[in-house]
Design a protein around this ligand. Structure first.
Ligand code: UN1
Length: 508
C-alpha cells in the first residue's frame, strides 16, 4: 500500500467552509470563542462565533412557545416537512460535515442524514395523529377523554457520535408536538449543528414563522448545566454517557421537569448452536467495528455457545484482519478514527484491564497511522477473549473493543447478557424459534432493544429508541415516543342536567 499523507489543515478547513456555505450557514469568523476540529487529523477546522446565551435562549423559546402551542399541529408538521426537504437538498454537504467532525465514513455519514430525513417524514405524518383516547364514563351523560398538549421549551443535548441525527429525532417530534427546541450540541461538533440550524432557519423563514423555534447554544458542560437547571426548560432530552446522565437526572427531577435520557450501552449478541454463521460475522463486524465502535448501540460483547466458540472467534478474527482502517475521506475505508486521543487511551486502558483479568487479545488494538496522522487516533478494532464477565466487560468503553464470552446453557447466556448495568440494545443469532421468542420475552433480554439475527446497532427510526437501567429509560424517535414531548390532560365532560358523583358518592 502506498503511504497515505494526511490532508493539510488548510485543505480540511476549506472543505468544511465549502460544506457550511452549501448548507447556507454563515461563514466562520476569523476568531471566536469556540473551536472546531476534525478527528481525521486532529487539526483545527476554524473558530466559531458566539451563539445566544442561556437566559436569552430560554426567554426567546418561552416567548415563541405562546403562539406555537396553539398553531395547528399539521401546520407545525409543515415546518418539519420543509426541514426534511432542506435536508434532502443538502444531504451530501451535511454528511461531509459529519465526516469531518465525527470522523464517519461517507456511507455512515449519509446514513445519519438519511435518519434525519426519515424522522422528518415520520413526524409530518404524526402531526395529524397526536390523538388521545375517548374513555367510557361510569356516569350517565358524561364523557371522558384525553388530550395531548405541548409541554414547553425542549432542551436537546447531543453527543459527538450522532451529532445531528439524535437532534432530529428529538427536534422533529418536539416541533410537531408544539415545543420550541434549544440545542446544546457536543463541543466536538459545532459545525454540523450550525449547518443544520441554517436549514431549520430557512424552513421557518419560508413559512413566516419565528426563527427562535429552534436555537443553538454552543458551549461547554457548564452551559449545558445551566440550561438543564433552568426553570424555563420543560423537557431535557440528553444523550451521552451514564456519568453525564447521573448529573442531569437529579437536577431535572428536583424541579419536576421531564427528562428523556439516552445514556450508555453495553450491547451483546448471543450466538447459539443453530446460528447462521454468515449473519453472525457480517452482523457482528458491522455492529462492533462500524463507526469505530462509537455508537451507543455498538456491539461490545459476543456471548457464544461453547460448541461454536472456535468457529465464531476464528471467522470474526479473519473479518477483522481485513477491515480497512484509515481516513474516512478515503474510498474503501470502513473504520475511521476515534474522536480524540483520550478515547484511544481509554481503549488501550480497557485492553490492559481485560488482559489483567485473564483475557487475551485475539486481534487488533494497535494504533495505526501514527506516523502520518500523529494527532489523530486510528486504531485496529480489537477482539478480546474473556474467561468471565469481569468489571471491565461490564463497563462501556467508547471504542471498538469486542469481548467474547462463552456459555453452556441458554439461561446462562441470557443471564450474562442481562448482568451488566446498562440496558440499551441486545441481539440473538439463532434459527431456533423457541430461543428467539424466549430472548424477546419478559424473561429474556432486559434491554430497550432486543433483535433477532441482526446486531444491536443500526436501528430504524420507526421504533421507539432507548433503553433501561443505567441507559436512562428514555424513548426517542418512532412508535409513541412523541408522548414524551407532550402533557396529557384528562377531561371529564358532563352533558347531562344532573351532577352524579363518581364512585357513587353522595354529598348533600
Ligand atoms: C447513538 O449512538 O447515540 O441504532 C444512536 C443506531 C443508530 C443510532 C445510534 N440508529 O445505531
Amino acid at each position: 500500500m502506498s503511504p497515505v499523507t494526511a490532508p493539510s489543515a488548510a485543505e480540511l478547513s476549506a472543505l468544511a467552509a465549502r460544506a457550511l456555505a452549501a448548507c447556507g450557514a454563515a461563514p466562520l469568523p476569523s476568531d471566536g470563542p469556540h473551536g472546531a476540529r476534525t478527528p481525521i487529523t486532529g487539526a483545527a477546522l476554524g473558530r466559531v462565533g458566539a451563539t445566544v446565551d442561556v437566559d436569552t435562549a430560554v426567554a426567546r423559546a418561552t416567548e415563541v412557545y405562546r403562539a406555537w402551542r396553539t398553531t395547528p399541529a399539521p401546520v407545525r408538521g409543515e415546518l418539519v416537512r420543509r426541514l426534511g426537504e432542506e435536508l434532502r437538498a443538502h444531504k451530501a454537504d451535511l454528511a461531509t460535515l459529519v465526516q469531518l467532525e465525527a470522523g464517519k465514513i461517507e456511507s455512515e455519514a449519509l446514513g445519519e442524514v438519511q435518519e434525519m430525513i426519515d424522522i422528518c417524514d415520520f413526524a409530518v405524518g404524526l402531526s395529524r395523529q397526536l390523538h388521545g383516547l375517548t374513555i367510557a364514563s361510569e356516569r350517565p351523560g358524561h364523557r371522558l377523554m384525553e388530550q395531548w398538549h405541548p409541554m414547553g421549551p425542549t432542551l436537546v443535548i447531543t453527543a459527538f457520535n450522532f451529532p445531528v441525527a439524535v437532534w432530529s429525532w428529538n427536534a422533529a417530534l418536539a416541533l410537531v408536538c408544539g415545543n420550541p427546541v434549544i440545542w446544546k450540541p457536543s463541543e466536538l461538533t459545532p459545525l454540523t449543528a450550525l449547518a443544520t440550524q441554517a436549514m431549520l432557519d430557512r424552513a421557518t423563514a419560508s413559512m413566516g414563522l419565528p426563527r427562535d423555534l429552534g436555537q443553538v447554544v454552543l458551549g461547554d458542560g457548564a452551559v449545558g448545566a445551566s440550561l438543564v437547571a433552568h426553570d424555563g426548560v420543560a423537557i431535557v432530552s440528553a444523550t451521552g454517557s451514564t456519568e453525564m446522565g447521573r448529573k442531569v437526572a437529579p437536577v431535572v427531577a428536583a424541579r419536576f421537569a421531564r427528562s428523556i435520557l439516552e445514556l450508555g450501552g453495553n450491547n451483546a449478541a448471543i450466538v447459539t448452536p443453530s446460528a447462521d454463521i454468515e449473519l453472525v460475522v457480517r452482523g457482528a463486524t458491522f455492529a462492533a467495528a462500524g463507526t469505530a465502535g462509537q455508537r451507543c448501540t455498538t456491539l461490545r460483547r459476543v456471548i457464544v455457545h461453547r460448541s461454536r466458540f472456535d468457529e465464531v472467534v476464528g471467522r470474526l478474527a479473519t473479518a477483522y484482519a481485513s477491515l480497512p482502517v484509515g481516513s474516512p475521506l478515503e474510498k474503501g475505508t470502513l473504520v475511521g478514527p476515534l474522536v480524540t486521543l483520550a478515547s484511544m487511551q481509554r481503549m488501550h486502558g480497557a485492553l490492559e484491564s481485560a488482559v489483567a483479568d485473564g483475557g487475551s487479545v485475539v486481534v487488533g488494538g494497535d494504533r495505526r497511522m501514527a506516523d502520518t496522522h500523529p494527532d489523530a487516533a486510528y486504531v485496529a478494532p480489537a477482539i478480546v477473549s474473556m474467561p468471565a464477565q469481569t468489571e471491565i466487560v461490564r463497563t462501556e468503553t467508547f471504542a471498538p473493543v469486542l469481548y467474547v464470552l462463552t456459555y453452556d446453557s441458554f439461561d446462562e447466556a441470557v443471564h450474562l447478557q442481562n448482568d451488566v448495568p446498562q440496558g440499551l440494545a441486545s441481539s440473538i443469532f439463532t434459527t431456533d424459534l423457541r430461543e428467539a421468542e424466549r430472548f424477546c420475552s419478559a424473561a429474556g433480554s432486559d434491554c430497550g432493544i432486543a433483535n433477532v439475527n441482526i446486531g444491536p446497532s443500526g436501528a430504524e427510526i420507526g421504533g421507539a429508541f432507548g433503553g433501561e437501567k443505567t441507559t436512562g429509560g428514555g424513548r426517542e424517535s418512532g412508535s409513541d415516543a412523541w408522548k414524551g414531548y407532550m402533557r396529557r390532560a384528562t377531561n371529564t365532560i358532563n352533558y347531562s342536567n344532573d351532577l352524579p358523583l363518581a364512585q357513587g358518592v353522595e354529598f348533600g
